[in-house]
Design a protein around this ligand. Structure first.
Ligand SMILES: *[C@@H]1O[C@H](CO)[C@@H](O)[C@H](O)[C@H]1NC(C)=O
Ligand SMILES: *[C@@H]1O[C@H](CO)[C@@H](O)[C@H](O)[C@H]1NC(C)=O
Ligand SMILES: *[C@@H]1O[C@H](CO)[C@@H](O)[C@H](O)[C@H]1NC(C)=O
Ligand SMILES: *[C@@H]1O[C@H](CO)[C@@H](O)[C@H](O)[C@H]1NC(C)=O
Length: 401
């Protein structure tokens, strides 16, 4: 009994010390966090998950499985209130969403159990490194999710988020670790590359040019790419290739050429000893409720539960997915496909729907009452589905070799 008391007292003194020391010096701060973490984690043990490590080494497929509802309070992994960096488009609760079950689903691969997301373990592996998410607003949500997952273990004055367009940057001082988002909705250059004032209607893509962006990607330790929904606006897209003549390309040919341009760049600079690269498979949309509820004519609005049977929506182009897979398989450099499409297909309940903003403003109650026009069934609430994408990315970053 008295030794327990001594331990508790010692811990209290230590918390005091943590406060002081973290305000003073960087690298000391890092290990003090770790002691703090060890003392106050729910379970007092090393969080390296040997069982998962073995299963992963033996090829456990993380993308095949089911969603299970967590009743034990372990979900969500963070809340809208606990993460100061969430932006208004994703905070569905604050924006008036009445249900919250969508935050409590956990992805369970069939063949193994995903390891617990341990922010300190990831920060340790990101020491003196840069992790960069590249793509469109869906990728920005994944970045926001990653920032939220990591930031809780870092004291206020040792972390920051700032903008350096087209980048947004999360920096953790004690680890000299950087987690960035880079806006490039087509990956290759386009007239939609301005981080805020991007052309939406009159898209024009330079299928043979990536240098303007890729100069900023060179030497980044971990690259995570994504690009899909911006290609899917119309069956044709205006583009240039090889000259300055603008022509209409069908989107499948255009996507293939753009990915080839990207692949050539990556192979010309990539150092597999020092770098890792990932590509997110497409993020599904839930625009047509008749796909999961025959006879209905709505969208994702008012959906509160995942789809409970095999499902693949018509918005998820198998041809585009096949092009991405073939491109990656044809490369000499190893780029890991994070195949999150199928698992996200089930989550018709995860979208921001009418609980988001449009042109920088929250929807008005009048707009909210017209979900057929205003519901956003492309983007996701946070906490939510993109957290699972990051739990899978985490598994690769911490457990691969
Ligand atoms: C992605 O995962 C799903 C579900 O396991 C699987 O059916 C599909 O073949 C996978 N796609 C690729 C390109 O590996
Ligand atoms: C901090 O990290 C960057 C890479 O993100 C690296 O270039 C730099 O050398 C690191 N600084 C120190 C002091 O290690
Ligand atoms: C391509 O640009 C031309 C000229 O601006 C326009 O008329 C046409 O509709 C555009 N095509 C597509 C597919 O957007
Ligand atoms: C939303 O769902 C609830 C319960 O399923 C239902 O009572 C309500 O009418 C729905 N609202 C709309 C606008 O469809």
């Amino acid at each position: 009994m008295s030794s327990l008391l001594t331990f508790l007292l010692a811990s209290l003194v230590l918390i005091g010390a943590v406060r002081i020391v973290t305000d003073v010096s960087g690298s000391t701060g890092a290990w003090i966090h770790e002691i703090h973490h060890w003392l106050f984690s729910p379970v007092f043990y090393n969080h390296f998950d040997e069982d998962f490590a073995n299963a992963f080494r033996n090829g456990c497929n993380l993308f095949d499985g089911k969603w299970a509802l967590e009743e034990d309070g372990s979900r969500p992994l963070y809340t809208e209130d606990s993460c100061p960096y969430l932006t208004q488009p994703v905070t569905c609760q604050r924006n008036g969403r009445p249900d919250s079950t969508y935050q409590r689903w956990k992805w369970e691969p069939r063949e193994c159990k995903l390891p617990r997301f341990d922010a300190l373990m990831l920060l340790r592996s990101l020491r003196n490194k840069r992790l960069m998410f590249i793509g469109d607003s869906l990728q920005r949500t994944q970045w926001e999710s990653m920032v939220c997952l990591l930031q809780s273990v870092v004291p206020d004055r040792r972390k920051s988020v700032y903008k350096d367009p087209p980048r947004r940057i999360f920096f953790v001082e004690d680890y000299n670790a950087t987690v960035e988002f880079y806006w490039a909705p087509f990956i290759v250059e386009s007239n939609s590359d301005h981080a805020t004032k991007h052309t939406v209607q009159k898209r024009q893509v330079r299928l043979d040019s990536v240098d303007k962006h890729s100069k900023k990607w060179e030497g980044v330790d971990i690259l995570v790419f994504e690009s899909y929904v911006w290609w899917m606006y119309k069956p044709l897209i205006n583009a240039t290739f090889g000259s300055s003549d603008v022509k209409e390309y069908n989107i499948f040919d255009a996507y293939k050429l753009a990915l080839k341009t990207w692949a050539n760049w990556l192979e010309s600079t990539f150092n597999p000893q020092l770098q890792k690269a990932f590509f997110m498979s497409l993020s599904p949309t839930h625009l047509w409720s008749w796909e999961w509820r025959p006879g209905s004519k709505e969208n994702c609005f008012n959906e509160t539960y995942p789809i409970q049977r095999p499902f693949w929506g018509a918005g998820s182009s198998l041809e585009m997915a096949g092009t991405l897979k073939d491109t990656l398989q044809g490369m000499k450099a190893k780029v890991t496909l994070l195949n999150i499409t199928q698992l996200s297909e089930y989550r018709k309940d995860g979208h921001t729907s009418v609980y988001t903003e449009r042109r920088g403003k929250l929807l008005t109650s009048k707009e909210k009452s017209q979900p057929d026009i205003y519901a956003d069934c492309i983007h996701w609430c946070l906490p939510g589905v993109p957290d699972t994408w990051n739990e899978i990315l985490y598994a690769y970053l911490v457990y691969e070799n």
